[in-house]
Design a protein around this ligand. Structure first.
Ligand SMILES: [Zn+2]
Length: 97
């Protein structure tokens, strides 16, 4: 049995009717998105900008790079830092190849 089936099995008829209503109204999608956003924001806790050491907030810039099997994601607090990172780190790395 998959996880969703297990969760549904534990719910009462009343809960299921309410959830079905929320599903039709699009609330389930919204709630899941809110939860996913909270999780990804939680992962940013104590993260620092690799360029200036500034704190990474919800308003950040991120860059994904590296081979597809080894993706890396770096977070920056400002566009200037992102720009600096691209030119100083990635460009130098590219030139070596
Ligand atoms: Zn920075």
């Amino acid at each position: 049995m998959n996880k969703l089936q297990k969760i549904i099995d534990t719910l009462s008829e009343e809960d299921l009717v309410k959830i079905k209503r929320d599903l039709v109204a699009g609330n389930v999608d919204r709630l899941i998105n809110e939860k996913l956003n909270k999780i990804s924001y939680g992962k940013l806790d104590n993260k620092k900008c690799p360029v200036c050491g500034g704190t990474i907030t919800e308003n950040n810039y991120s860059l994904e790079f590296g081979a597809s099997y080894l993706r890396k994601r770096a977070y920056f607090d400002a566009v200037d830092c992102l720009e600096y990172f691209i030119y100083s780190k990635l460009k130098k790395h590219e030139l070596k190849h």
